[in-house]
Design a binder for this molecule. Structure first.
Ligand code: FAD
Length: 495
């Protein structure tokens, strides 16, 4: 008799000391019976208790429902504005269990959300009434310093990858906040402090393992299932759950020069102008961000230039010299620090303090007109954090052909985002309305958007955003996910 089946059949009648903490015990004690759920196309469906119990026993992890301990924590994602309640949350303990959870979702046609780091602003990793597959137990990083490869399980957060690779003097380019999920960040693209040197995270993938909608585990790389490998590199979660990413690693020195230069709010227009002008010609080892902020509470705003210089020390002053045109900053927090410290500098210690909403787009030319209009139009409110910010693209990202991976926006020089944050206890409507109005000023200057920064209102723009790659993506979707099981993302409809 298999271990799982044995435990399942005996637990109801006997008490085993020490087992009360185990997930198996909780599953039995909190047996929910039948569960009401919803399908991907919004129909109600009853999941019979027996089927739910079978799923729980096959997970090697936990299956949570509304009354389970841990459900409240697990259902939340980073953004408290998103308050959804999946009918079931599966936390599979291994890849076979991920397959079983996918098969279960497919069998019942359930609305399916896949959560890695839970950083989707618009809540693509959760749902009401469906099944959430929470990858928090699928976390391991294996580094082969000789081959310069890292195999990263699909539920990891970015910080774990840096922590495993940098002691070997190696790195793969990931995002700028260490608690972001590798799964969501990488499948959508992956911008970060080293992307201008080494490309997007997707540009550094050499292979993946994917659980597709039929529950198969497929290896995909340049030789095997090459079509799937192409689609996963920028197609978001449309084709399945990536359970393992193999990244190429690059030599990386320990230290970088990183930190922010703060300027008075009155410098906002000049700062945007300088940012636009310099980002298109800066060396690849300089990463620049800009943030124009009006804080809640009605305080004075400011403008921040964020810098991460990872090139030779002797060239650092020259690389950053153009920033001096803005005059003396109010504060200059740039300093030499370990790259891993820089990678954590923007981590949020109280991530659910503010509800957030954002709009985003790619820009190619932040000229003086755009600088003037976007800086002038930003309006604060005492009960709101109001921001417009940008991060640099270009460099190695732009040297990859548009059709080489599914990620199409290779000519972007910057990604620009307008964000509002408010107390989770307050109504969202006025803040959303403001952000949408403000975006009307910014949007005409943009061309396409980053699929990882969805506001949730882009449905009709997805085809154009993938440009010449869309037809191929649509064929892939039909091949690998004909019923659109993986729909909570920048969704590509099967043909
Ligand atoms: P989740 O919310 O867990 O998932 C988001 C989407 O990815 C969902 O559609 C989900 O189904 C899918 N997904 C998750 N895991 C997998 C998987 N293993 N296989 C297939 N699909 C999967 N982006 C950047 O490029 N660079 C940055 O520097 C950056 N910084 C950010 C900082 C913060 C604080 C936040 C909130 C976001 C940031 N982003 C950045 C955007 C980020 O890339 C997206 O929010 C991304 O979706 C986060 O991935 P996640 O795994 O945390 O998200």
């Amino acid at each position: 008799m298999k271990r799982r089946a044995f435990v399942g059949s005996t637990l109801a009648t006997i008490s085993i000391p020490g087992l009360s903490e185990s997930g198996v015990w909780q599953r039995v004690r909190q047996d929910p019976g039948d569960i009401e759920a919803v399908t991907g196309d919004g129909r109600k469906v009853t999941l019979r208790g027996m089927a739910v119990r079978e799923l729980a026993q096959g997970l090697e992890g936990r299956l949570l429902h509304a009354r389970s301990e841990g459900y409240e924590t697990a259902r939340h994602i980073l953004n408290p504005a998103i308050d959804k309640r999946p009918a079931l949350i599966a936390q599979p303990g291994d890849v076979d269990a991920v397959r079983r959870a996918v098969q279960f979702a497919r069998e019942y046609g359930l609305l399916l959300a896949v959560k890695c780091g839970g950083h989707s602003f618009s809540g693509q990793s959760t749902c009401d009434g469906g099944l959430m597959i929470d990858l928090q137990r699928i976390r391991s990083v294996r580094v082969d310093p000789t081959a310069r490869r890292a195999v990263v399980a699909g539920g990891n957060l970015l910080g774990a990858v840096d922590a495993a690779t940098t002691p070997h003097g190696l790195v793969t380019p990931l995002g700028t906040v260490s608690h972001t999920g590798v799964g969501g960040l990488t499948t959508g693209g992956g911008f970060g402090r080293l992307a201008r040197r080494y490309g997007l995270s997707v540009d550094n993938l050499v292979g993946v393992e994917v659980v597709t909608a039929d529950g198969r585990l497929l290896r995909a790389d340049a030789n095997e299932n090459a079509d799937l490998f192409w689609g996963v590199r920028g197609g978001g979660g449309n084709f399945g759950i990536v359970t393992a990413f193999t990244f190429a690693l690059h030599p990386m020195q320990r230290d970088v020069i990183s930190g922010g230069l703060v300027y008075p709010y009155s410098k906002a227009r000049d700062a945007w102008e300088l940012y636009g002008e310099y980002t298109v010609r800066a060396p690849d080892d300089l990463f620049l961000g800009i943030v124009q902020t009006l804080p809640p509470g009605g305080g004075e705003g400011n403008v921040l230039l964020e810098v991460c210089y990872s090139g030779p020390e002797r060239d650092a002053s020259r690389a950053m010299a153009p920033l001096a045109k803005l005059g003396r900053p109010v504060a200059d927090a740039r300093k030499t620090m370990p790259y891993v410290t820089a990678q954590k500098a923007d981590d949020n210690t109280d991530p659910r303090a503010l509800s957030m909403y954002l709009k985003s787009g790619f820009t190619r030319n932040i000229d003086s007109r755009m600088a003037a209009e976007i800086s002038r139009a930003l309006e604060g409110r005492p009960d709101r954090l109001t921001m417009v910010f940008a991060a640099q693209c270009g460099g190695a990202i732009g040297r990859v052909a548009e059709s080489a991976t599914a990620f199409a926006n290779r000519d972007a020089e910057q990604t620009i985002l307008a964000a509002v944050g408010w107390s989770p206890k307050a109504p969202a409507a006025p803040h959303l309305a403001y952000a949408r109005e403000y975006w009307k000023v910014v949007e005409p200057f943009t061309n396409g958007f980053y699929v990882n920064d969805l506001s949730g209102e882009e449905r009709s723009a997805i085809e154009a955003n993938y440009r010449g790659n869309f037809a191929r993506l649509s064929r892939l979707k039909t091949k690998y996910d004909p019923t659109n099981l993986f729909r909570l993302n920048a969704n590509i409809l099967p043909g």
